[in-house]
Design a protein around this ligand. Structure first.
Ligand code: GUN
Length: 173
């Protein structure tokens, strides 16, 4: 199913031109910007044990049938819509509340060109029906580090939020 020879020519071209690689959460990404500037850990909250770059930005693409599996990051993450079709982003907040948002260009129908996923919120995303791919950007500040990123294990998420078991079954690893 995730054999790249099955991608549309446009998806294959974008992966090549934008130099995208598989992301551990699913989908394809390329880090396009990592600030040269570094914030000393003394200037960061206690949950950072090391320095971080000021900011980072990635391209992120989800081809049809691909999922950004439930994960969370320690910082707010700004999603920016760039191309292809819209996607659904599912958020589960720390209190268990679920809120879905649409990332896309049809702002008149409630889609978001920019959307901020709050820090520590569990979230997953997938391209909508009939969409060949969704191409977005994700920016964070302080800059991204895998130490600030957690992929949710299905069993842990189901145990913590049993009311969302069906959702985690479909969209977590
Ligand atoms: N760099 C590598 N992975 C990610 C990610 O999931 N989000 C952001 N913002 N940057 C990344």
């Amino acid at each position: 199913m995730h054999d790249s020879s099955l991608f549309s020519p446009e998806v294959r071209r974008l992966i090549r031109y934008l130099n995208l690689s598989p992301h551990p959460e699913g989908g394809y990404f390329c880090e396009n910007y990592r600030s040269a500037g570094v914030i000393d850990k003394s200037g960061l909250p206690d949950y950072y044990n090391e320095n971080r770059n000021f900011s980072t930005a990635i391209y992120f693409m989800l081809p049809k049938g691909h999922i950004s599996h439930f994960h969370k990051v320690k910082t707010d993450e700004v999603w920016h819509f760039y191309g292809g079709g819209s996607l659904t982003l599912i958020q589960i907040f720390e209190d268990g509340r679920r809120e879905d948002v649409q990332i896309g260009s049809n702002v008149f129908e409630g889609e978001h060109l920019q959307y901020v996923v709050p820090a520590n919120c569990w979230f997953a995303a997938f391209p909508n029906e009939e969409v060949e791919y969704s191409l977005v950007g994700c920016t964070v500040s302080p800059g991204f580090d895998y130490k600030d990123f957690e992929l949710g294990a299905k069993s842990d998420l189901v145990e913590r939020f049993p009311e969302h078991a069906a959702l985690f079954d479909k969209y977590s690893l």
